[in-house]
Design a protein around this ligand. Structure first.
Ligand code: CA
Length: 402
């Protein structure tokens, strides 16, 4: 049964002021251990080493995404023409659960284990977990419905659009939340205005022509947040050390199987997906592992752990080509093992792309009722789409080699 809570619950939140919970299912999902686990994972991974107040958790973000979807399904013009009560509660649950498969430190665990967080999210919702049991108890078959919204296989594509598209509740929450907690102003845009200008047109969620300016502002907010926060080189330098540490740990398991026993929190890196060990994998257990490793015999694992604990970061330089990269690599190799002490990455992202699948695009309903894709009606967005993305290739290495 999809019951209402006996009284409406409100949770304080610095972004949305209040988060309103009126459905027993949402309240029960919040209490599940897989959702509580998100309190032990930073929303912005290693960014708190750059912006020291970026300590907010994925739990607060999950609640924020839920709140935006709750408002969308209650407030958007014409929404009742396309969604029934069951759709609404399923998409609110999907919003709350969209990140439960995330490992610690953002995407670092995916890089090493090659297991994608979307796959773990599906597994948690569909298999033996507290979340699964709560969904099925509320309504038999609900877990499959929620999973299908997140995997874009629900017959009503608009439901996936709410939680995963280029104008979704996920991005709308994290831009504001990350801007607030980093203390930057780049991510700010007018959420209230966007919510007011959403309109259903046929089976699509669109934005009224009068809302174009607030959408342009939102796209610009994304653009600035990428370079000022998400792709900040110092945050990437911390990631370089995390990747090196985990790589070293995995390499050591090949010659010393006892290490797998001693560090149960890192077993997930070996690529085997089991839900119980995954539940115990969070940033608090990882830091316990770094402390243990800081007194290991292996000098590389020990050094990398100390670097992580005490913020002794790698330095970095921009490189244009392979030759410049090799010069630095050779310098590193004089003192260090470059498998762990030399890292390269390349960042590029467009804040909006009109080339993705249809349901991910932003559509505008013009005054005469016709629908146009955003970049066809906004000169600013068209210019951003046409501009060449910034070239951002870097290498990371211990500072002392220069
Ligand atoms: Ca998210």
């Amino acid at each position: 049964m999809l019951n209402k809570t006996s009284e409406s619950k409100v949770l304080r939140d610095p972004i949305h002021e209040y988060i309103h919970i009126e459905d027993q299912l949402i309240w029960d999902l919040l209490a599940c251990r897989e959702v509580q686990r998100l309190k032990r994972i930073h929303q912005l991974g290693t960014t708190y080493q750059v912006y020291h107040t970026a300590e907010h958790s994925r739990f607060s973000h999950a609640l924020g995404v839920y709140e935006i979807v709750r408002r969308m399904v209650n407030e958007i013009n014409g929404i009742d023409e396309i969604l029934n009560e069951e759709d609404k509660i399923a998409v609110m649950a999907a919003a709350l659960l969209h990140d439960i498969g995330h490992g610690p430190f953002s995407h670092i665990f995916e890089v090493i284990s090659k297991v994608h967080h979307e796959d773990i999210t599906q597994k948690i919702i569909l298999e033996d977990s507290e979340v699964h049991r709560v969904l099925e108890k509320a309504q038999s078959g609900l877990s499959k419905v929620v999973a299908s919204i997140l995997s874009h296989t629900h017959p009503k594509a608009v439901l996936s659009q709410f939680v995963s598209s280029q104008l979704d509740a996920d991005r709308m929450d994290y831009l504001l939340r990350d801007a607030y907690f980093t203390g930057t102003s780049y991510g700010k845009y007018d959420l209230e205005r966007i919510l007011r200008t959403f309109v259903v047109n046929g089976d699509k969620l669109t934005v009224k022509e009068s809302g174009i300016h607030s959408i342009e502002d939102y796209i610009m907010a994304r653009y600035h947040m990428y370079y000022q926060v998400y792709y900040h080189p110092v945050g990437r330098a911390v990631e370089a050390i995390l990747i090196a540490f985990f790589k070293r740990w995995v390499d050591l398991t090949k010659s010393d199987p006892s290490i797998t026993q001693r560090y149960p929190m890192f077993r997930f890196l070996l690529g085997k997906v089991e839900l119980d060990p995954f539940y115990h994998l969070d940033e608090s257990t990882c830091f316990a592992g770094f402390h243990m490793a800081s007194v290991e015999q292996d000098p590389i694992l020990k050094d990398l752990a100390e670097r992580l604990l005490n913020r002794r970061l790698f330095g970095y330089v921009d490189v244009k080509n392979e030759d410049e990269r090799n010069v630095i690599r050779q310098k590193v190799e004089k003192t260090y093992d470059s498998r762990y002490y030399f890292y390269q990455d390349e960042m590029s992202s467009r804040p909006y792309s009109p080339y993705q699948e249809d349901e991910s695009l932003i559509y505008i309903t013009l005054i005469d009722g016709t629908i146009k894709e955003l970049s066809q009606v906004s000169n600013i967005v068209a210019a951003i789409v046409a501009a060449k993305p910034k070239d951002d290739k870097k290498v990371y290495f211990p500072k002392e080699i220069l």
